[in-house]
Design a protein around this ligand. Structure first.
Ligand code: GZL
Length: 336
């Protein structure tokens, strides 16, 4: 009779080893949590932690999806890899979460896994960036920013700046540091700025190069562009982290930046450290991109829980910052 328990123990150990019980345990864990305390289980697939902006974006969901607010959040960091996000979404589906929040690292390649979420009847809410899908029913709503308008704002600021400096007719040479290839934020900002730049024959975009939204890549790419082009007048950098790296490279090359410098700096995000540099005249203008999106997403989930209709797109409030409007009060009031 000793034999039977031995076989049973061996089976359990083998099953555990192959993750079988882990999976069952995870499923029961999510459902237990939900039943025990009637919490709404939210699976969040965050694309990475590449920038100060991303950190603030993650913090905004952590502050929104707390137990006190009636949530149980499972947060996964994909480290900039789409395949990690797809795995995370499949994991959320197998755990039967109530909602999936996805900040998609790139626009394409989502149809299959979003179809799986739809078939599992789990609503998907996009955060920050968008996806390029033919079937718009594959996601319930998007909370983010209008990146094309952000790009246009940068172009319109440069138009006004040239008028103010009485340089509207002067030839200017521009380089663009672009964010992650394939990311909607990068695609939108590039398109928006190009729409305005295309109206000015004297604006010469020497080169647009990907620098992945990171400080390191921003510095590396800027160093190379400075070697290649000796007459850069304007740098358009699609996020503050790349801007920090670019400014380091420009200063190391012996050139100067900002309102009194020989290279004009246009940046995006408006994180606190960057706004301090705007106040100091180092960055000429910073186009805000608000990362505080967790609360908006929680509001959408509450509406859905009450059976109410929700809009397809929600854009967060955003401003444009220059020395003129970055006051100490603005700096003190920043949450990111
Ligand atoms: C913008 C967001 C971008 C930020 C970067 O909506 O996707 O990603 O501008 C971040 O700082 O890395």
């Amino acid at each position: 009779m000793v034999l039977l328990p031995t076989i049973l123990i061996l089976t359990i150990m083998l099953g555990w080893g192959f993750g079988l019980f882990t999976k069952i345990e995870e499923e029961s864990y999510a459902s237990e949590t939900n039943e025990e305390e009637n919490l709404i289980v939210v699976g969040v697939s965050q694309l990475g932690s590449e920038s100060g902006w991303r950190t603030a974006n993650t913090e905004s969901v952590q502050m929104a999806f707390t137990k006190q607010n009636g949530y149980f959040m499972i947060l996964s960091n994909a480290r900039q890899k789409q395949e990690n996000q797809i795995k995370a979404i499949r994991n959320f589906i197998s755990q039967r979460v109530d909602y999936i929040v996805l900040a998609p690292v790139v626009e394409s390649g989502w149809e299959t896994v979003l179809q799986e979420a739809k078939e599992a009847e789990i609503p998907v809410i996009l955060m920050d960036r968008s996806v390029d899908v033919a079937d718009q029913s594959l996601y319930t709503a998007l909370v983010g920013t209008d990146s094309v308008e952000e790009g246009r704002k940068a172009g319109r600021w440069l138009e006004e700046y040239m008028i103010k400096k009485r340089m509207s007719d002067r030839d200017i040479n521009i380089v663009v540091l672009k964010g992650t290839e394939g990311a909607s934020a990068q695609i939108g900002r590039t398109a928006g700025f190009s729409i305005i730049a295309g109206k000015h024959n004297n604006w010469h975009i020497l080169e647009q190069r990907y620098a992945d939204f990171t400080i390191y890549k921003g510095k590396e790419v800027m160093k190379d562009l400075l070697k290649k082009y000796k007459d850069i007048d304007v740098v358009v950098s699609q996020n503050d982290d790349m801007t920090f790296g670019a400014i380091e490279a420009i200063r190391e090359s012996g050139r100067t930046v900002g309102v009194n410098g020989d290279i004009t700096i246009i940046s995006f995000d408006a994180v606190h450290n960057a706004l301090e540099m705007v106040a100091d005249g180092v960055i000429n203008v910073d186009i805000e991109c608000n990362p505080n999106q967790g609360e908006y997403i929680s509001d959408i989930i509450r509406l859905l829980e009450n059976g109410q209709e929700v809009e397809k797109r929600y854009y967060v409030e955003e401003d444009v910052f220059t020395m003129e409007n970055v006051t100490q009060e603005v700096l003190n009031g920043r949450t990111y």
